[in-house]
Design a protein around this ligand. Structure first.
Ligand code: PMP
Length: 404
C-alpha cells in the first residue's frame, strides 16, 4: 500500500506554492518530479567525484566510472536485459529513436516498408520520415479507433515480407491508452521485421521485461521516471546493436584510430561517442532504485485508483468528453469541455496552482483524428492524491463558468 504522505515528503517541490496556492502537479506525463534521493545523487556527484569516465587512472575518474557503470547495470536489471552492454545510455527517448533510425538508414532499401502506429509522439514519427526520405523506404500507418486503441486487424493486414521494422509506443502520451505490444511484436517477428517500442510513457507505471517481450529495441527517458532531464536509455538486442553501424564518431566509441583507418569499440561504447551525461546516468540509476523501493505493483494499483476516481469525478462536469476510453489505461485523462479552447482552461487552472498540459501533446495526428485543436491532459503520479483531484474538478468548474 502506498503511504502517500510519506512519499510526498520525498519531493521538495511538492511543498511549493504557485500564484499563492499549493501546487497541484498533474503534468507528470510531460515530466515527473524529482525525489530528494535523486537530487542528492546529483549533488554528491558534483560535490565529491566529478570526473570524466572510462579513461582516467586517477581515483575520481575510477569512482565516476564505477558509479556510471553501476547505473547501467541497475537499468539492465530493471528492464531485464540479458547483458549490461545491451543498454545504451542516451540523451532520452528522442535521441534513442534517432540513433536507431540513423542506423537503419544503412540497412533499408527503396521499396522496403516500415510501420508506425497512428498514436505516436512526433519523436517516433519524424525520425522515420527522415529515414524514408533518405532510403526510399515506405512508411505505413496502423490506423486508430475512436476509443484510442489501434486497429489491430489493419495492422495484421499491413505486415508482409517487405516489412522491415515496426515502431509503436507502449502507452500513448496523449491518451494514456496501453497498446498490445506483445501482439504487435509477435506478429512483426512472423515476417522477420524488427520492433522498436517507445516506452517513454509506459515506464513510469509498468516495469517492462525486454526478454519476455522479445522486443528488439525498447527506449525510455529518465525524466519521466523521477530522474533528471537529458538522459535516457536504448535497449537493443545484441544481434541488432551489432548489425547497426555506429551513430556518431568521436572519442569513447573507438578501438583504434589512424588516419588510414579507425576501428570501433564494442558495445555499448560503439553507440556512446563523446563524454556522456555522467551525472545524469548516475541519477537515472538512483531514480530506478527509488521507484523500485516503492514497487511498481503498488504504484500501478494506486495510480489506477486515482485514474478511476478522476474519471468518475471529471465526467460529472457537463459537456466534458474524455479521449482515450479503452479499459487498459495508465493514469492519464485527456479531455475537453464543450468547445472551450484547452489553452484557456489551462491558463485559468494555472492561476489556481494546478499544472496540466494543454495542446496537441506532440501527437498532432491523434488530434486530427478527433478533429480537435488539442486537449487538456491531467496525468497522475503515485505522489498525487484524491484531494488534489478534487481541487482540479473545482478549478475546472470555475474555469468553465468563466469561459462559457
Ligand atoms: N515518446 C513519448 C510517448 C513521449 O511521451 C515522449 C515525451 N513526451 C517522448 C517520446 C519524447 O521523450 P523525450 O522528450 O524525453 O526525448
Amino acid at each position: 500500500m502506498i503511504n502517500v504522505d510519506k512519499i510526498r515528503a520525498d519531493f521538495p517541490i511538492l511543498k511549493r506554492t504557485v500564484h499563492g496556492k499549493p501546487l497541484v502537479y498533474f503534468d507528470n506525463a510531460a515530466t515527473s518530479q524529482t525525489p530528494q534521493v535523486v537530487i542528492d545523487a546529483i549533488v554528491d556527484y558534483y560535490s565529491n567525484y566529478n570526473a570524466n569516465i572510462h579513461r582516467g587512472v586517477h581515483t575520481l575518474s575510477q569512482e565516476a566510472t564505477d558509479k556510471y557503470e553501476q547505473a547501467r547495470i541497475k537499468i539492465q536489471h530493471h528492464f531485464n536485459a540479458k547483458e549490461a552492454y545491451e543498454i545504451i545510455l542516451t540523451a532520452g527517448t528522442t535521441d534513442s529513436i534517432n540513433r536507431v533510425a540513423a542506423g537503419f538508414a544503412s540497412l533499408l532499401n527503396t521499396g522496403d516498408e516500415i510501420i508506425v502506429s497512428a498514436l505516436e509522439h512526433h519523436s517516433n514519427i519524424v525520425p522515420w520520415q527522415m529515414l524514408c526520405e533518405k532510403t526510399g523506404t515506405i512508411l505505413k500507418v496502423i490506423p486508430m479507433l475512436e476509443d484510442g486503441s489501434l486497429n489491430m486487424e489493419a495492422y495484421h493486414n499491413l505486415l508482409n515480407d517487405k516489412t522491415k521494422l515496426v515502431f509503436c509506443n507502449h502507452v500513448s502520451n496523449a491518451l494514456g491508452t496501453v497498446n498490445p505490444i506483445e501482439v504487435i511484436i509477435n506478429a512483426a517477428h512472423k515476417v522477420n521485421a524488427a520492433v522498436l517500442i517507445d516506452g517513454a510513457q509506459a515506464t513510469p507505471h509498468i516495469k517492462p521485461d525486454v526478454q519476455a517481450l522479445n522486443v528488439d529495441f525498447y527506449v525510455a527517458s529518465a525524466h519521466k521516471l523521477c530522474g533528471p532531464t537529458g538522459v535516457g536509455m536504448l535497449y537493443g538486442k545484441q544481434e541488432w546493436l551489432e548489425k547497426l553501424p555506429p551513430y556518431q564518431g568521436g572519442g569513447e566509441m573507438i578501438a583504434t584510430v589512424t588516419f588510414e583507418k579507425t576501428t570501433y569499440a564494442g558495445l555499448p561504447h560503439k553507440f556512446e561517442a563523446g563524454t556522456p551525461n555522467i551525472c545524469g546516468g548516475i541519477a537515472f540509476g538512483a531514480a530506478i532504485d527509488y521507484l523500485n523501493s516503492i514497487g511498481f505493483d503498488e504504484i500501478a494499483a494506486y495510480e489506477n485508483e486515482l485514474l478511476a476516481y478522476g474519471t468518475q469525478e471529471l465526467l460529472k462536469i457537463e459537456g466534458l468528453k474524455i479521449y482515450g476510453t479503452t479499459k487498459d489505461k495508465t493514469a492519464v485523462i485527456s479531455f475537453n469541455v464543450n468547445d472551450i479552447h484547452p489553452y484557456d482552461i489551462g491558463s485559468i487552472l494555472d492561476k489556481l496552482g494546478i499544472a496540466v498540459r494543454t495542446g496537441h501533446h506532440c501527437a498532432q495526428p491523434i488530434m486530427d483524428f478527433y478533429k480537435i485543436p488539442g486537449t487538456i491532459r491531467a496525468s497522475f503520479s503515485f505522489y498525487n492524491t484524491k484531494e488534489e483531484i478534487d481541487v482540479l474538478v473545482a478549478g475546472l468548474k470555475r474555469a468553465v463558468m468563466m469561459l462559457s
